[in-house]
Design a protein around this ligand. Structure first.
Ligand code: HEM
Length: 526
């Protein structure tokens, strides 16, 4: 006796085998059917706001269509997909990618399962210009560099010296430069000004040398120009097809050639700065003691042993990258946001008025402790970093296959891209007003700053590799705002287009063209 299920099972088998015979006889029907199903699948994905992963070409059509607006595109489909989605590469691409903006996945990858997500050899090859510096390093080398950098960056004497140096640079460089611009009534690229400023500030605490790029004639600085070229090549390496990149490397053209020439300039500039610092120390013309990275590392040469010069080159360059581009990007988006939100600007000015600098600050500037009292400014900067994180994405590769909290499987053949840009714009993470610039979300009822866990507010990275310069960056940004805002009103130049540049750093594609006006009325504030 056959059961009802067995009878139905046999019937199904009959249908399947009949269908198989039919399609074998009429292959063109099979091809048409497959096309029809694919088109149906594509239409459904399109309706759901998701990119289609086609056979053979993967998501190439969607990627090409959105190439100029990658961050916005990721944000759209991650919102539609429920925070994570797999993008398949075209045929020949060895891996596909899980794109995610899910705080649960972030906490897992960056913290709880940190050991399974090393930077790895491939990352180091992609970012070869960083050498064995902290951004590329794993294991013991990373732990050693992190310990050293942390010790220096958290030393109160170092911090006080950096704050004093920054104050001098602001009053002697940035303010006179903006004064000149306002008097000339010419438009200026504020992003370029901030890149110059943070280049000088970072070189001052890394090498103990001021390159002087914030001069009124805006001089060409080869080291800074080479850093821009490096950034462009690094982004290109993220998006260009691997076989094309390999061909360029083999022929020594394109990205390989551009990187090599930028690297020559960078290496020569670093060698020059280090030898200048060594000479200054030998001449004992050094008035600030071990308050720059080179000086403090020269004192621990024996700990590093052979290869010290290469170590110093890699360490200093990594910190130049860490300090210059992130902080300048953050300042540019912040000042642009203020032009769009005069109410926020007015509140910051009121806070600056309520907390004037004491006489103990250097040259009328606020001390580190006084900058800490600027809570509303801290909230506004955090809000800007939430919407415009200077590092817009991070990519990770699991050494061993892993399952993320969202249920997605990842492993050597499926990378993870965490879109920091999208994370700040997910309704599921920040609520309905996630796209609004609202510093108040960072304040509690008593007006105190409300900390967010780093797996939600990811701008400074998460877990053991959290940014070491976070406090320094906030202090520098606050000092810049306190020096500029009460003295100058910034107006975005008519016709300026504000959009993110496709790069590993979220700079503005066309810079930020502004006109600068002196605020005579608020002069007393500074
Ligand atoms: C607004 C400013 C800044 C932002 C948004 C920022 C963000 C980040 C992010 C996202 C990372 C992780 C990078 C990665 O592993 O791929 C990082 C790492 C790091 N940052 Fe920052 N950063 C800022 C300013 C600074 C400054 C001023 C310094 C000072 C030198 C600094 C020093 C570092 C260092 C040393 C690391 C490496 C940490 C490690 O791998 O253990 N950062 N930062």
């Amino acid at each position: 006796m056959k059961t009802l299920e067995q009878k139905e099972g046999n019937k199904e088998m009959e249908v399947v085998s009949w269908l198989g015979r039919f399609l074998g006889k009429y292959p063109e029907v099979m091809v048409s059917l497959a096309c029809f199903l694919l088109i149906l699948h594509h239409l459904k994905k399109r309706r759901d706001g998701l990119p289609t992963n086609w056979p053979v070409i993967g998501a190439l059509p969607a990627i090409s269509k959105n190439a100029g607006r990658i961050h916005e595109w990721l944000t759209e489909f991650l919102g539609a997909a429920g925070l994570s989605y797999v993008i398949k590469g075209p045929w020949g691409s060895p891996v596909d990618v899980l794109v995610t903006a899910d705080p649960g996945n972030v906490a897992h990858v960056f913290t709880s399962n940190f050991g399974n997500y090393p930077k790895g050899a491939e990352f180091a090859a992609l970012f070869d210009v960083l050498g064995d510096g902290i951004f590329n390093a794993d294991g013991e080398s990373w732990a050693f560099q992190r310990r050293k950098a942390h010790a220096l960056l958290s030393d109160p004497r170092f911090r006080a010296a950096v704050a004093a140096g920054a104050a001098r640079k602001l009053s002697g460089g940035l303010v006179p430069l903006l004064d000149g611009v306002s008097a000339s009534r010419e438009a200026v690229d504020l992003q370029d000004v901030f890149v110059r400023l943070t280049f000088d500030l970072t070189a001052m605490f890394v090498f103990g040398v001021d390159p002087g790029s914030v001069a009124p004639d805006l001089p060409h600085v080869p080291f800074a120009a080479a850093m821009n070229a490096v950034e462009e090549v690094l982004f290109y390496r993220h998006v260009a097809p691997v076989p094309w990149l390999r061909l360029q490397s083999w022929l020594n053209v394109g990205h390989t050639r551009k990187m090599a020439s930028a690297r020559r300039v960078i290496d020569a500039s670093i060698a020059e700065f280090i030898s200048l610092r060594r000479r200054q120390r030998a001449d004992d013309r050094d008035d600030e003691g071990a308050n720059d990275l080179v000086t403090s590392y020269l004192a621990c040469q024996s700990e590093v042993g052979p290869g010290f010069d290469a170590f110093l080159r890699d360490t200093t360059f990594n910190l130049m990258v860490a300090g210059r581009d992130t902080t300048s990007s953050a300042l540019t988006w912040f000042f642009w946001l203020l032009t769009q939100h005069p109410d926020v600007e007015a509140k910051i000015l009121a806070e600056l008025r309520a907390h004037p600098p004491s006489s103990s600050g250097s040259g009328g500037h606020r001390t580190a402790a006084e900058l800490k009292q600027l809570v509303y400014l801290h909230a506004a900067l955090s809000e800007s970093l939430r919407l415009y994180p200077p590092v817009p994405f991070e990519h990770k590769a699991a050494a061993r296959p892993d399952t993320l909290p969202s249920g997605a499987r990842v492993g050597p053949a499926r990378r993870v891209i965490v879109s920091f840009y999208s994370m700040g714009r997910m309704e599921a993470v920040w609520g309905k007003d996630c796209l609004e610039f609202r510093p108040e979300r960072w304040l509690n009822e008593a007006g105190r700053f409300r900390h967010e866990p780093s797996y939600r507010f990811v701008a400074f990275n998460v877990g053991p590799r959290t940014c070491l310069g976070r406090d320094l960056a906030y202090a520098q940004m606050k000092a810049v705002v306190a020096a500029v805002l009460p003295r100058f009103r910034v107006e975005v130049d008519a016709g300026a287009v504000v959009r993110p540049k496709l790069s590993i750093i979220l700079h503005m594609k066309d810079g930020l063209k502004v006109r600068v006006h002196r605020r005579e009325d608020d002069e007393a504030l500074v």
